[in-house]
Design a protein around this ligand. Structure first.
Ligand code: G
Ligand code: G
Ligand code: NA
Ligand code: MN
Length: 254
């Protein structure tokens, strides 16, 4: 397949790029973290989003070198910010289920953190519920090893997957990201409101911080704050930004 051949070359040709979307702490209104999201600058096709190539990269196994690049690039950027005296909060990286099965994943991440002299606490990993359907036991072991390294782990897109409560009971995670679909439905549906309240209460009871994704309106923000949500991420504050745009965005906010 043409895309596949391109995908292989893209890794070597340096055609990938990370953009960063701010996460805001609702208690302080300050920047709480960033989510790194991959983009592909294709020489002919232009800018390609992950929806168009991540699934194919997972099928072909290319996600392994791509995922290694993503983690290393996030560390490189953090190091550059640290060197520039910018005190950036945590950067979260999306972890594919395929990567979690990689035998040398923990070692690879440990080496990369060391190479860039990054404190593990500056990194966070986002994993979706689909990661666990095959083998929750093996996934838990690897996630715990990653947490033992010192990185944070978040369940991504929470509520869209399968047996969420089993995962909450068994998975070693620190944070929960409430899926965008709940946020979208919040204003129009009292039922969604009750569900969101219950998820936040449940999470807090389990010691998990809750972050809501896809916040696009002030009303959504107000409702989430009233319900005790800890952090928000979405177009209301900012779309994902290139590193230099992010610096400009931060300057404009203060
Ligand atoms: O940035 P955008 O909204 O287009 O992202 C779409 C999807 O692609 C999201 O679900 C996100 O989790 C996924 N994604 C973005 N960047 C990465 C990445 O670096 N690795 C993996 N595995 N998935 C990513
Ligand atoms: O699956 P994941 O949560 O990793 O996906 C994150 C994706 O959601 C990013 O690609 C980003 O572009 C997109 N996104 C972020 N904020 C918003 C938002 O407020 N509205 C919509 N529609 N998409 C968003
Ligand atoms: Na994510
Ligand atoms: Mn998500």
């Amino acid at each position: 397949k043409a895309l596949m051949r391109d995908l292989k070359q893209a890794t070597e040709a340096g055609e990938f790029q990370l953009v960063y979307q701010p996460k805001i702490d609702l208690a302080t209104q300050r920047l709480a973290g960033l989510e790194a999201l991959i983009r592909w600058r294709h020489p002919e096709k232009g800018l390609i989003g992950p929806a168009a190539f991540i699934a194919e990269a997972e099928r072909s196994g290319m996600i392994v070198p791509i995922g290694a690049w993503v983690f290393a690039e996030a560390c490189r950027q953090l190091k550059a910010w640290n060197n520039a005296g910018l005190r950036m909060p945590t950067v979260a990286v999306n972890l594919s289920p395929v990567q979690l099965k990689q035998a040398d994943l923990v070692e690879q991440f440990r080496d990369t953190l060391k190479r860039y002299d990054i404190k593990p606490a500056q990194l966070e990993l986002e994993v979706t519920e689909s990661t666990f359907i095959d083998d929750i036991g093996a996934s838990s072991v690897t996630l715990q090893q990653l947490r033992d390294l010192g990185v944070c782990v978040a369940i991504d897109d929470f509520g869209t997957g399968y047996s969420s409560l089993t995962y909450l009971q068994r998975l070693p995670v620190d944070r929960l990201k409430l899926d965008r679909s709940f946020v979208t439905a919040l204003e129009a549906s009292a039922q969604t409101e009750r569900i969101v309240e219950a998820i936040i209460t449940l999470s807090h009871g389990l010691g998990l911080r809750v972050i809501a994704e896809g916040v696009e309106t002030e009303q959504q923000l107000t409702m989430l704050r009233a319900k005790g949500c800890d952090e928000v991420q979405g177009f209301w504050f900012s779309k994902p930004l290139m590193a230099d745009e992010l610096i400009a965005w931060l300057k404009a906010r203060t």
